[in-house]
Design a protein around this ligand. Structure first.
Ligand SMILES: Nc1ncnc2c1ncn2[C@@H]1O[C@H](COP(=O)(O)OP(=O)(O)OP(=O)(O)O)[C@@H](O)[C@H]1O
Ligand SMILES: [Mg+2]
Length: 461
């Protein structure tokens, strides 16, 4: 997951957790508060009922200690006007009078009995069920229980208050998460942009493109960006100096090498009767030519790097070019004991640099000969395919290990299986440069003969 998305998710989860915690705390608080408020209200109401009942009893009842059913009924008549659903029981828990209501059936008779028994012990008791509170308390007269009053109190108001609060919190939570997500998108974008810029700059540096990265602000990331740019500048300078050095040395080597090749040839001509010296001079000449070849390759690459290697494009008869180059290499193939076969479709023309394309063919054939055993065959094929010319050079040699097929285009890279064959590892990198400059493609594969097949595609005109 991207760093930006991770941050956004983190902010949203944090906002949700905060809302849930605050919501749960507020709800618990409201619940506790409502229970206390109901309790206090019912205690007040029961005290009121007690005062009223005791007064009525003192005024009306002649039988000492007992509340008559008539007094109870009258008391209920008045109390129900103020307190709503009230019921009165005598000390044996028999119902004396009740305001007519269905709410009484909210609890079973057994539950009511337990509730009233608790009140009979002298203290108040209550039972809440289906948002209705049944509150029972003894009515005392001169330290003796006169009767028991049950107040049935619908607490739906508090329930609806709680569900209102839940609703407000739910809406608040949704809004908060939307706002937080919006904000976090902006914040995460700001935080991750410099990191993304730095990552992109690192990728560019890896491709040797040292464009500096610009990071605005005044934090650690800005310092990191500055250090990054300083590092890039140093690296660029170092690479530049290294290239310049290679180019200078190659140039300096060229003149003495040409002299060595020239003089060794003169000496070889002059030493007709000294066959031992001739052998040594011939060896000297060969090595000097090999070294001169290497110097030329290094110089070509150095010119490519500095953009000084320009290609001279013109109309090229590719069929003729491939056939002629293959023919010119036939002698060399025979030297290696290799049979060179050609299958060339005629009339294929491209827009390209003739000399460079010859260089490509020479390099590919040279590799095919070098890395193949004697008596094997190498085939050169040229055919038309979907507006392209396809050149295939296939051999039956040692092949390129699959893991190395991309790496061999890098400079100086040579696969492990060719250590016994001389070479510098520059040929294919030059070939790739030339093919790229022709808007073509090059691909390495395993040939049907178990060796290497190089496939090049170039756009036809
Ligand atoms: N036909 C082939 N068969 C087997 N391996 C090959 C073949 N062509 C290229 N390679 C591998 O690719 C590597 C790079 O090839 P490249 O032509 O760039 O360098 P080289 O042949 O080693 O040296 P030089 O610069 O003299 O051509 C070779 O060293 C070899 O490992
Ligand atoms: Mg080569």
């Amino acid at each position: 997951m991207k760093l930006k998305n991770k941050l956004i998710l983190l902010y949203a989860v944090a906002a949700l957790a905060a809302v849930l915690c605050v919501g749960a705390a507020v709800l618990a608080g409201i619940e506790r508060l409502s229970i206390r408020a109901i309790e206090r209200q019912l205690l007040d109401q029961s005290s009121l009922a007690e005062i009223y009942i005791v007064q009525m009893h003192l005024l009306r009842d002649d039988r000492e200690g007992l509340l008559s059913a008539e007094t109870a009924r009258d008391a209920i008549g008045k109390l129900s006007l103020v307190l709503g659903h009230v019921r009165l029981y005598d000390t044996r828990l028999e119902l004396l009078a009740a305001a007519s209501t269905d709410l009484a059936k909210n609890i079973t008779e057994d539950e009511r009995l337990r509730l009233l028994s608790a009140a009979q012990k002298g203290d108040y008791a209550y039972l809440a069920r289906n948002n209705i509170v049944h509150f029972a308390s003894p009515v005392m007269q001169d330290d003796r229980i006169l009767c028991i009053v049950e107040i049935i109190y619908p607490a739906s108001f508090f329930r609806s208050l709680i569900s209102d609060v839940v609703m407000v919190f739910a809406i608040g939570a949704v809004l908060l998460i939307v706002i937080m997500t919006g904000l976090s998108i902006v914040i995460a974008g700001k935080v991750t942009r410099p990191i993304r810029d730095l990552a992109e700059a690192a990728e560019r540096y890896a491709n040797r493109e040292f464009r500096p990265v610009v990071i605005k602000g005044s934090d650690e990331l800005v310092r990191l960006g500055e250090s990054f740019n300083a590092m890039g500048a140093q690296l660029q300078e170092y690479i530049q100096r290294q290239k310049q050095f290679v180019s200078n040395v190659s140039h300096e080597l060229r003149t003495p090498l040409t002299a060595i090749i020239g003089y060794s040839e003169i000496l070889w001509d002059e030493m007709k009767e000294r066959s031992d010296l001739r052998k040594a001079i011939s060896h000297l000449n060969c090595e000097a030519k090999r070294l001169a070849g290497l110097v030329d390759e290094v110089l070509t690459l150095s010119r490519m790097d500095s953009g000084k290697e320009t290609l001279a494009f013109s109309r090229v008869d590719l069929s003729g070019l491939v056939a002629e180059t293959a023919e010119s290499m036939r002698l060399r193939a025979e030297k290696y004991g290799i049979v060179l076969k050609t299958f060339i479709e005629t009339g294929l023309t491209i827009w390209g640099d003739r000399e460079k394309l010859i260089q490509v063919m020479v390099n590919l054939l040279d590799n095919a000969f070098k890395y193949s055993p004697a008596h094997s065959s190498v085939s050169v094929r040229l055919e038309r395919e979907d507006g392209h010319a396809r050149i295939t050079v296939a051999d039956e040699g040692i092949g390129i290990p699959e893991a190395d097929r991309e790496k061999v285009f890098e400079r100086f890279y040579r696969a492990d299986n060719v250590r016994h064959v001389p070479g510098t590892g520059l040929g294919l990198s030059i070939v790739k440069y030339i093919i790229d400059a022709h808007q073509g493609t090059i691909r390495l594969d395993r040939s049907s003969g178990g060796g290497t097949a190089v496939e090049i595609k170039l756009p036809l005109i």
